[in-house]
Write a protein that binds this ligand. Structure first.
Ligand SMILES: [Zn+2]
Length: 454
């Protein structure tokens, strides 16, 4: 079984908005109370050494001070407490930070479990089955919540209703029959192929700032001029409102208005980018290639701000922080990581494979003879090999190198005897790929199997 996620736009009535906002608020209060309680318990433990066990109890927060919590369905409060508990467990396992208090207006969501919602089929006049979403319990009924289902979906165990920039959404996961092969099966299947077949089936994807996505089969993907212009205009508007915001009095109505405008522009820009990532990943996944090789870039590390520089006397020296911030902005604005994330789950759906290879010197290595030198790359888009004279577009050359490393990686998987007969020694096959990976029994970097369509 595999999971499939969907997010639909919802259109609650004014009354529903009122009640849903209350539920969101109550859930946040319980979550924050749990965080405070946990902090207090930790302080007690630090001073006295008394360990207080962690649990999901929340009813003691329903005191006279917070009598209004009684108006909210208890399941909503229980879910909030359980979300905190899960977050805390994740912290103990070392996969997340310690849960912190939630703020109003940031990720305003409420989790509804199966007691709180129901999908009811309704057959319209023209015979189409419509799914009505009924929210609430007998005591706290919200009635039917209108939402736009832009695609088919299955029945979920739980749903999340959320609000962002005054727009409401309902999102959930449901299980689907997993008919495709697993990453391991795909990996085994493709690593059994010979070099010639692998060369025709593999496409390398080079990611960069000037051209966001360049494939080794000469296709390149970039925002078109219309989109670039749209983003530029929105960024200009954004700057205008940000300056305005700085002048306005804190807490004033006009300031809040400007704040909303800024949030709206931000979400529009992010929608344009999100859409671009989906279109590019869809196009690449639907191409004839079956194996996609990408560089294993650590974008999170690459976009860190530089450390402050100090001289012997402790005076601060220029550290190019502003220039780096500009570069980071450019790197993050192209959706370089998100597109690959989307490509991973889309490729899996079509029985294709995404592999990550070492990015080292991919822009300096010649795709023809393998000569690696910084001087090979004359300019941003010009590549001229100093050894064999191979001349190409620098991004295409890099994409070819990435494809080559992908093929070498698949060839370096077991079956050493067949490969020696083909004339490829093990050391050559593994060139350009992290050594540690080759030494592992299952070195591939199978992609995360989560189906992310959100
Ligand atoms: Zn060369």
């Amino acid at each position: 079984m595999a999971n499939c996620g969907v997010k639909f736009r919802a259109y609650p009535t004014a009354e529903q908005v009122h009640i849903l906002s209350q539920w969101i608020g109550c859930a946040r209060v319980i979550y924050n109370c749990k965080v405070s309680e946990d902090n207090q318990n930790y302080n007690i433990f630090k001073s006295t050494g008394d360990k207080i066990s962690i649990n999901q109890a929340y009813s003691h927060f329903k005191n006279d001070e917070r009598e209004w919590l009684n108006q909210c369905p208890s399941q909503v409060l229980r879910n909030a407490s359980s979300i905190w508990y899960t977050a805390k467990q994740r912290f103990f396992k070392g996969i997340a930070n310690n849960p912190r208090k939630k703020k109003k207006g940031i990720k305003d969501t409420v989790l509804l479990t199966s007691e709180l919602f129901k999908f009811k089929d309704e057959i319209s006049d023209d015979g189409v089955v419509l799914k009505n979403l009924i929210i609430g319990t007998k005591k706290n009924s919200l009635g039917v919540l209108k939402f736009k289902a832009h695609r088919e979906f299955g029945n979920p165990q739980q749903i999340v209703i959320g609000k962002k920039n005054k727009k409401w959404y309902v999102s959930f996961c449901y299980e689907v029959e997993d008919t495709g092969k697993s990453e391991q099966e795909l990996l085994d299947e493709y690593s059994n192929l010979d070099e010639t077949s692998l060369n025709t089936l593999t496409v390398g994807i080079d990611r960069g700032i000037v051209i966001p996505f360049q494939t080794s089969n000469q296709s390149c993907y970039d925002f078109d001029d219309k989109l670039k212009n749209q983003i530029k205009l929105k960024q200009k508007k954004l700057k205008k409102y940000q300056r305005k915001l700085a002048r306005q009095k804190k807490g004033s109505t006009s300031r809040n208005k400007t704040k909303n405008r800024i949030a709206k522009i931000h979400s529009k820009i992010s929608n344009i980018r999100h859409d671009f990532c989906h279109k590019v990943s869809h196009s690449i996944a639907n191409s004839e290639a079956k194996i996609f090789a990408v560089e294993d870039l650590k974008l999170k590390n690459m976009t860190k701000s530089p450390k402050p520089k100090q001289d012997e006397n402790g005076n601060y020296l220029p550290n190019m922080r502003k220039a780096k911030a500009g570069l980071n902005r450019e790197l993050l604005s192209k959706g370089l990581a998100k597109t690959i994330e989307f490509l991973e789950y889309k490729a899996k759906k079509y029985g294709k494979l995404v592999i990550k290879v070492s990015p080292h010197y991919s822009s300096q290595e010649c795709a023809n003879c393998g000569h690696t030198h910084a001087d090979n790359r004359k300019t941003q888009d010009n590549f001229l090999c100093l050894l064999c004279g191979n001349h190409d577009n620098a991004d295409i050359n890099a994409a070819k190198i990435i494809a080559k490393r992908g093929v070498q990686f698949l060839l370096s998987k077991p079956k050493a005897k067949t490969r020696t007969r083909l004339g490829i020694s093990r050391s050559k096959a593994g060139r350009g790929i992290c050594k540690t990976r080759l030494e592992q029994s299952n070195p591939l970097i199978p992609m995360t199997s989560e189906a992310r369509s959100l």
